[in-house]
Structure formats: structure tokens, C-alpha cells
Design a protein around this ligand. Structure first.
Ligand SMILES: *Cc1c(COP(=O)(O)O)cnc(C)c1O
Ligand code: SF4
Length: 468
């Protein structure tokens, strides 16, 4: 076949298209490329007068982020019903997380449908939607503190560790796994101390340097967006200077909730760039890990931010949390994955929601994760296809959701092993009760601890019977 001549028009008449076995795809259906642009924030009464320059200023975004429930409810006056406001007020009273919502995020919510909006769902709790916690849920379900030689340094896997230099974030997410530590104390939860503390950091560095098997450090939090540029650079350079360290990832939700910082906080982006470049000269990998959950979180502003990082050679991966009513359909997850690829962010993981206090309405079952995974795989490049994982409660680490030893869809109990992390142990994940049959729900909630033990013992026995 002749290669097409360079002067051919871009849009060919249909009869000139070479025959193909694949049905023709209308370009207007490629909606992953349609990003929100223009002054969308001006729909919100409080930001009606805000021009683009101001809205792109990260300092303005941070300063105008809402941290008081009363202020949030005030900003929503006129956008939502009084009934909704009362509902949100009730929701916050029972929430384990603090509140912080950026103007950017607030502007991306479709306030004409506040009850079902996927962004509202992630950041603003509603009293009417709260469900009782699963009877087997405890606060630090991943047991990060048990695997921590120093507060804020979790050494669970052999060759990698998780370092939490601080406890604050540019937003607070309802579903946060680290609600035991992140944010300020709420009426429901008194937090573990992992604030910025150079002495604690030094103890962490000494530990990391003393362990030759450690090669890879995840710097998370909290959120590295909240580190000062000099702090980010100090941490990066300290780790790069250790012979054993080969890789590190700075984890931040920032690009998903405040991409403005990448565009206008030159000191911070330059500090990150210097660490990445220093790493490159040492043949060590320094990357960014971020956290988009829904395709509507990726806008024209995000694209500009990710383009800037891409131009600087800063590689970015994404981790999502599977949440009911947010991204728990094949259509939404596929669109998210395609859109992430479009802005050069590699989808890395989708987490089955951890057993977190106070957010049972957001959890969904392992079965849902497997169903969505089946639809997403094959949609795009394999390296842009996320692995669906269960972070095994009790400290087993991340396991491929499919790799359970046994899964009882009736009781919602799945059993995992983690031979490379905690050999010989069994880890249990529990689907949320609202996904189970009425009969199974009754078994869990009858108040009989014996009945719960029977379900768990049964799943464990069946898992053991299958072991090789
Ligand atoms: C997630 C995590 C890591 C990194 O795991 P990867 O699977 O390599 O992304 C390291 N330590 C802890 C404690 C973690 O939770
Ligand atoms: S940004 Fe990350 S660490 Fe912070 S509240 Fe959200 S999920 Fe938790």
C-alpha cells in the first residue's frame, strides 16, 4: 500500500478510507480529549469576579481554600438547597477527617446535582448518606504504625519504605486511609503525631541509610505539596546521597486538586526539578505519584500543568481509590484511564477502598473491582492500564485483587496471602455490608460475635484447603 501523500486533507471522505474490520470511530465520541476550559469557576457566586490570572495563582488557591465548615456552607448559599446544607453540616459532625476544599475543586462540582456529584461525594460528607462501619473495621486498618520503626516511617516490604514527613494536605479526602494521622484532630478522631520535625526526619534518614536492603522510598504524608521548596529539596537530596537508595517517589494529590501550584509556584517546581535532575545524573529514578479519581478532575489547567512537568522530564504515575458513586463503573474508570494517558500520567494502581472509619458509603466490593478491571484491560496500552489492588488489612501490603486464596461473595470475606511480605500469614478483606444479600447482612449485624467468627473461620478454612 502507498503511504498517504503528505498533502491529503486531514478529514477524508468516508469512501476514501481504506477498508477495515474495525467499525469507524466518530472523533466526537473520543471524549477523553474534551477537557473543561475557560473560566468555569465564574459559575460559583463567590468567584464570579475572579479573573484567570488570579485563579491560576497557587497562593490565591491556598489562601482561599475553605477549612471551616461554616465558611464552606456559606460559599454554597444560593447554589444548593437549605436541606442539602443541613445534610452536609450533619455529615461533617460525624467525619473523621478535617475539611479543606480549594476554590478549584469547589468550582468543578456540578452544584445542580450535589447529591450525586462524584467530586462532592469525595470531599463533602452528607449525614443522610452515612452508613454504620463494618464490624471488623479498626482505625489504622493497614497497621502502618505496627510496621513503623520511627513514627512516620513504615518499613513493611523488604526493599521499599514509606516516609511521611508531614501530616497536612492541600485538601482533605473523606476516604483517606491515614485519617489516623492526617489533618488536625476532629470530634471523632485524635491524631497520631507526624508533623514537620527535622529531628524526626533525621532519625528516619539514619534508619534508611542503615538498611542496605532499602532501595526505594515513597515520600507521602500528608502531602509533599505542603512541603516548602527547601524542605522538598533537602529530603530529596538527603535520600539521593545514600548509596542504597535507587528510587524515590514524591506523592501528592496536588495535581488533582490544585494544578495551579505546578504552573505558578516556581520555587517548588524548580526544587523538584533539581532533585529529579540530580537523580538522573546519579542514575536514580525520582518520579511524582499523584491521585486522580474521576475524569472530571482533569481539566485544561491540569493538562497545562502536566505538560510543564512532562517538558521537564518529570515522570508521573497515578493511584486511584475505587469509590462507590464516584468511579465504580467501567465507563467512568475507562474514561479516567484514557484521560490520564492523554495528559501523560501513567495509571499505576486502583485501590479497592481500605477499611476506613466513617466512609462505609464509599466502599464497594472486591467483585466490583474485578468486574471493572475486566472492562478496562484492553482499552489502551498495557503500561497505561492500572493494576487493581487490595491493600491487605493488617499489613499484608498491596495484593492483586484477583490473587485471593478464597473469596466468599455471599459473606463478602476475601482471604489473601503475602508470601514476600509476611510469609505464612492470612489477611482478610471485608466487602461493605450494603453490597451483600439481606441474609448475609443479618449475619454480620445480628450482634452475635460468634456468627461473625463462624463466617471468618469458614473462609480461612477454605483458603487453607486450597493452599499448595
Ligand atoms: C504502597 C506502599 C509502598 C510502595 O508500594 P508499591 O507497590 O511499590 O507502590 C511502600 N510501603 C508501604 C508501607 C506502602 O503502603
Ligand atoms: S491528599 Fe492523600 S493523604 Fe491527604 S487526605 Fe487526601 S488521601 Fe489522605
Amino acid at each position: 500500500m502507498q503511504p498517504p501523500a503528505p498533502h491529503l486533507p486531514v478529514v477524508l471522505p468516508v469512501d476514501a478510507v481504506p477498508p477495515s474490520k474495525k467499525p469507524y470511530v466518530d472523533p466526537v465520541t473520543l471524549v477523553h480529549k474534551d477537557l473543561v476550559r475557560g473560566p468555569f469557576w465564574q459559575r460559583i457566586p463567590a468567584y464570579r469576579e475572579v479573573d484567570e490570572r488570579t485563579f491560576l495563582d497557587h497562593a490565591w488557591q491556598a489562601k482561599h481554600s475553605i477549612t471551616k465548615i461554616s465558611k464552606l456552607l456559606e460559599a454554597l448559599q444560593g447554589l444548593v438547597s437549605a436541606e442539602f446544607i443541613a445534610d452536609a453540616d450533619q455529615g461533617f459532625r460525624h467525619a473523621p477527617m478535617s475539611v479543606r476544599v480549594s476554590p478549584y475543586l469547589l468550582s468543578l462540582v456540578d452544584w445542580s446535582t450535589p447529591y450525586t456529584d462524584p467530586l462532592r461525594t469525595q470531599f463533602i460528607p452528607l449525614g443522610s448518606r452515612l452508613l454504620p462501619d463494618h464490624p471488623k473495621l479498626d482505625l489504622d486498618s493497614l497497621h502502618e504504625q505496627e510496621d513503623a520503626p520511627i513514627p512516620g516511617l513504615t518499613h513493611r516490604y523488604v526493599d521499599k519504605a514509606l516516609f511521611l514527613p508531614l501530616a497536612t494536605c492541600p485538601v482533605y479526602c473523606r476516604f483517606c486511609t491515614r485519617s489516623y494521622a492526617v489533618g488536625v484532630d476532629t470530634e471523632e478522631v485524635e491524631k497520631v503525631e507526624i508533623r514537620v520535625n527535622e529531628d524526626r526526619w533525621k532519625r528516619a534518614y539514619r534508619y534508611i541509610a542503615s538498611r542496605p536492603e532499602l532501595e526505594d522510598i515513597v515520600i507521602s504524608g500528608g502531602d509533599v505539596y505542603q512541603l516548602r521548596a527547601s524542605q522538598l529539596e533537602d529530603i530529596g537530596m538527603a535520600l539521593l546521597s545514600m548509596d542504597n537508595i535507587r528510587r524515590m517517589r514524591f506523592a501528592t494529590k496536588g495535581p488533582a486538586v490544585m494544578p495551579q501550584k505546578i504552573l505558578t509556584d516556581d520555587a517548588w517546581v524548580d526544587a523538584l526539578t533539581r532533585v529529579v535532575e540530580k537523580g538522573r545524573t546519579l542514575h536514580k529514578e525520582v518520579v511524582l505519584h499523584t491521585h486522580f479519581n474521576h475524569p472530571a478532575e482533569i481539566t485544561g489547567i491540569t493538562e497545562a500543568a502536566m505538560n510543564k512537568l512532562f517538558e521537564r522530564g518529570i515522570f508521573t504515575r497515578n493511584q486511584s481509590v475505587l469509590q462507590r458513586g464516584v468511579n465504580d463503573t467501567p465507563e467512568t474508570m475507562t474514561l479516567l484511564v484514557k484521560r490520564l494517558g492523554h495528559v501523560n500520567v501513567h495509571p499505576y494502581y486502583v485501590y479497592v477502598h481500605d477499611l476506613v472509619k466513617g466512609v462505609e458509603d464509599l466502599r464497594t466490593s472486591v467483585d466490583t473491582a474485578l468486574f471493572i478491571e475486566k472492562h478496562v484491560r484492553g482499552v489502551t496500552a498495557g503500561f497505561n492500564t492500572p493494576t487493581f489492588v487490595v491493600d491487605a488489612p493488617g499489613g499484608g501490603g498491596k495484593r492483586d485483587a484477583h490473587s485471593y486464596e478464597y473469596y466468599d461473595r455471599e459473606t463478602g470475606v476475601s482471604v489473601y496471602q503475602a508470601p514476600s511480605v509476611k510469609p505464612g500469614e492470612f489477611f482478610l478483606y471485608f466487602d461493605p455490608l450494603h453490597q451483600l444479600s439481606t441474609a448475609a447482612q443479618r449475619r454480620w449485624t445480628s450482634g452475635s460475635v460468634d456468627e461473625q467468627s463462624v463466617m471468618i473461620a469458614d473462609a480461612l478454612a477454605k483458603a487453607k484447603a486450597r493452599l499448595r
